[in-house]
Ligand binder design. Structure first.
Ligand SMILES: O=C(O)c1cc2cc(O)c(O)cc2[nH]1
Ligand SMILES: [Cu+2]
Length: 505
């Protein structure tokens, strides 16, 4: 995905993407007005993990230098591919104003807010992206033979969101007649899973803010950690109810029943070496809790699963992969248990929520075609943000090298533009990215020390009660044999006692 202004034969030939914010004059990156500068693109060259054994076979290696080696770096609060816009969380001509973008629980939106959100998604599905185009061909086939045109296509705002996720998980084409290599994933099964999906959502939210002309527009989230087998957001006023005629389709009362998916022809891409394009094909398939062949994925994650993964102290752990144990990232992604232990049979939290949808949303190359993907990932990002707030990790906690290709700290996340690294997303959202979550979190499980303390205090209270009760019992028994305390209402009795007591005193 690149700006339309950059994918001309000259642009690709020069490998420079430094457009001018104003169409009226040549002012690359708005340098004259101090908005930015055209600089060399720095690409991570550190070692990556053993999962990807090739070198120079995939356009995504050292992203984005296969395509462009110079691009805009914006200063201050300016942003965008030509620095003509603002960084996330800022607005105004000089990007001087902060905008409160608050992501809320979708179930707590008022009816008109739900309707507005559904309509905004449907508009984004139809409106072409104003600046970005996609390449349905690999670099080597991008220029037409006469070098006069290039194979790029317009794409809608929402379908771009689908395409970027597909491009990040697509296989490495090794040539006609050879199987494409599938052991590569630039957005899953590694520490970049959370940072990649965070930017993926940020780009969609920004594109929809621009489309609506509302810089405060926020994506809501779906708390999918509710247990049970009911998809509470699968209603016609939200993401669409189940069709009463076909349990794997969306009700025709929902606009999403009229959506058509992209990136479905994976066999063609893998055999011909082409790339998903913007043509749409079949309806969304969704059958929540309907996968009877996999009982494990017929129930949603539980609230305590979120509480448990938030207690894991290590962000990630070697081999920084889907086999890692005691890794917050591998637990929230869902390849290891919420408590941290890796088990190949486990699917928890984010992965379980995907698989629970049992259709388009559960297939990695297609999943964002189901708009539930947006809400599933804003909640996943909310848990990520809560972990960052509780554990306040230093930037160095994110692995610098030897992670699966695309997941190193300084790797520019594939295929986002302008280039953005995993490190830039490894920060708390409110203070650094201009958005926050309105969320409550399950009570934190007690630490062992706290459990011991509570036990000791409880024991002391019990002992004190027993001691008090026994003292009282002894006293009242002693009285019953020697002295008698007046029972309430027993006046005659009292005079006797008083005489006696006085005489004793
Ligand atoms: O099988 C899984 O664990 C699985 C499916 C799936 C789909 C998807 O879009 C993801 O982002 C992850 C994922 N994991
Ligand atoms: Cu996902």
């Amino acid at each position: 995905q690149f700006p339309r202004a950059c994918v001309t034969p000259e642009g690709l030939g020069s490998a420079q993407c430094c457009p001018s914010p104003s169409a009226l004059e040549s002012d690359p990156c708005g340098a004259r007005s101090g908005r930015g500068r055209c600089v060399d693109v720095r690409a991570d060259a550190r070692a990556h993990g053993p999962q990807y054994p090739y070198d120079g076979r995939d356009d995504r290696e050292r992203w984005p230098r296969r395509f462009f080696t110079r691009t805009c770096r914006c200063s201050g609060n300016f942003g965008g591919f030509d620095c003509g816009g603002c960084a996330h969380g800022f607005t105004g001509d000089a990007c001087e104003r902060r905008v409160p973008v608050v992501r809320r629980n979708v179930m707590q939106l008022r009816a008109e807010e739900k309707r507005a959100f559904v309509n905004a998604l449907d508009q984004a599905k139809r409106v072409p992206h104003p600046h970005i185009v996609i390449a349905p061909r690999r670099y080597s086939e991008m220029l037409a033979p006469d070098n006069s045109t290039t194979h790029f296509q317009n794409i809608s705002i929402y379908n771009l969101f689908v395409w970027t996720h597909y491009y990040s998980v697509s296989k490495t084409f090794l040539g006609a007649g050879q199987d494409s290599f599938g052991g590569v994933d630039f957005s899953h099964e590694g520490p970049g899973f959370l940072t990649w999906h965070r930017y993926h959502l940020l780009q969609l939210e920004r594109d929809m803010q621009d489309m609506l002309g509302d810089p405060s527009f926020a994506l809501p989230y779906w708390n999918f950690a509710i247990g049970g087998s009911e998809c509470d957001i699968c209603t016609d006023d939200l993401m669409g109810a189940r069709s009463s005629f076909d349990s794997s389709s969306i009700s025709s009362n929902s606009v999403f029943s009229r959506w058509r998916v992209i990136c479905e022809s994976v066999e063609e891409y893998d055999t011909l070496g082409t790339i998903c394009n913007s043509s749409e094909s079949s309806p969304i398939r969704r059958n929540p809790a309907g996968n009877v062949a996999r009982p494990m994925v017929q129930r949603l994650p539980e609230p305590q699963d979120v509480a448990a993964c938030l207690e894991l102290t290590a962000f990630d752990s070697p081999p920084f992969y889907s086999t890692s144990s005691d890794s917050f990232r591998n637990s929230i992604e869902g390849y290891s248990a919420p408590q941290g232990n890796y088990d190949p049979a486990v699917r928890s939290l984010h992965n379980l929520a995907h698989l629970f949808l049992n259709g388009t949303g559960g297939q990695t190359h297609l999943s964002p075609n189901d708009p539930i993907f947006v809400l599933l990932h804003t909640f996943t990002d909310a848990v990520f943000d809560e972990w960052l707030r509780r554990h306040s990790p230093d930037a160095s906690i994110y692995p610098l090298e030897n992670t699966p290709i695309g997941h190193n700290r300084e790797f520019n996340m594939v295929p986002f533009w302008p280039p953005v690294t995993n490190a830039e997303m490894f920060v708390t959202a409110a203070e650094n990215l201009g958005y926050s979550y309105e969320a409550e979190w399950p009570a934190r499980p007690l630490t062992p020390t706290q459990i011991v303390t509570v036990a000791v205090v409880t024991a002391l209270i019990v002992v004190a009660i027993i001691f008090a009760a026994s003292t009282c019992a002894v006293r009242s028994r002693a009285y019953r044999t020697e002295g008698r305390q007046p029972l309430l209402g027993d006046q005659h009795q009292r005079y006797d006692d008083q005489d006696r007591t006085q005489s004793v005193v």
